[in-house]
Design a protein around this ligand. Structure first.
Ligand code: ADE
Length: 226
C-alpha cells in the first residue's frame, strides 16, 4: 500500500510515522508513506500557500493552486482509491472505515488547515472527508497520523501476530477483554484463576463474556451498532 500525505507541516508527521509498527512496516516494504510539503508547490515567490478569505471571515485559507498541482502530479503517476481530506465536518472515523481503507492500494490524505482550505479543493479534488472525533484540532496532521496508524497496523504482515489485530477492541463490535501478564499475583492483586487454568475453551468463553460485559458497561451504544 502507498499513502501520500499532503501537509504544510511535514515535521509534525515525521515522528509519529517513523517509530514502532509504522516504521517496521515501511522498512519491510509493506507500506510506503510519502510526505509532501504544500509549500514546495507554491507558485508564489515568497512560497505563500494561504491567503485571506473572500467575504471577510477571520483566518487564512489554504489556496487551491498548490494543492491542485500536487494532487494532479500524484494522479498522473498512479491511480488513487481515495483522496481524503481531514476535517471535523467529515464522516466519523471508526474501525470499519479503517478496515476498508487498509484494503486499498493507494490513498492520498490532505491535512486540513486551521481555518480550512479553499472550498474548490473539497468540491473538485477530494473524494472523502474524515473526522477523527467531535472536537477541533489546530490542523489535520494529527488526524492524518491517527488514520495512517490505524490503517497500517491492519495490513497483513505489519503486526507479527495478525490474530492480535483481529482481536482488537471494535473489530467485532465489542471492546477487548482485559489482559494480564506475570506475576500471577502482585501486591495481593490476583490474575483471575480461569486464565491460569490452561483450559483453552473456558478461557475463550471467559474472554467473550468479559468483552460483552465491558461493552455493556462502558460503550453500550456499540451493541446497538452506534
Ligand atoms: N482537523 C481539525 N479537527 C479535526 C478533526 N476532529 N478530525 C479531523 N481533522 C480535523
Amino acid at each position: 500500500m502507498r499513502i501520500d500525505i499532503i501537509t504544510v507541516l511535514p515535521e509534525l508527521l515525521a515522528s509519529p510515522l517513523n517509530h514502532s509498527i509504522l516504521k517496521r512496516a515501511q522498512d519491510a516494504g509493506i507500506v510506503e508513506i510519502h510526505l509532501h510539503n504544500i509549500r514546495d508547490y507554491s507558485t508564489n515567490k515568497h512560497k505563500r500557500v494561504d491567503d485571506y478569505s473572500f467575504g471577510g471571515h477571520a483566518g487564512m485559507v489554504l489556496q487551491v493552486e498548490p494543492i491542485h498541482i500536487i494532487i494532479e502530479k500524484l494522479k498522473a503517476e498512479r491511480t488513487y482509491d481515495e483522496i481524503i481530506y481531514t476535517s471535523p465536518d467529515g464522516v466519523l472515523f471508526n474501525q470499519p472505515l479503517a478496515n476498508q481503507l487498509s484494503t486499498f492500494e493507494n490513498i492520498i490524505i490532505l491535512c486540513g488547515h486551521y481555518k480550512g482550505v479553499d472550498q474548490r479543493v473539497r468540491d473538485f479534488l477530494i473524494t472523502k472527508e474524515i473526522s477523527i472525533g467531535d472536537y477541533v484540532l489546530t490542523g489535520g496532521e494529527l488526524a492524518a497520523a491517527i488514520i495512517t496508524d490505524s490503517i497500517v497496523r491492519l495490513i497483513p504482515g505489519a503486526i507479527s501476530d495478525e490474530v492480535s489485530a483481529l482481536s482488537d477492541s471494535f473489530q467485532d463490535g465489542l471492546l477487548a477483554p482485559p489482559v494480564y501478564t506475570r506475576p500471577a499475583e502482585y501486591n495481593g492483586w490476583k490474575v483471575p484463576d480461569i486464565l491460569l487454568s490452561g483450559h483453552a475453551k473456558k478461557i475463550e468463553d471467559w474472554n467473550m463474556e468479559q468483552s460483552i460485559e465491558r461493552t455493556k458497561l462502558l460503550r453500550p451504544g456499540l451493541l446497538d451498532g452506534k
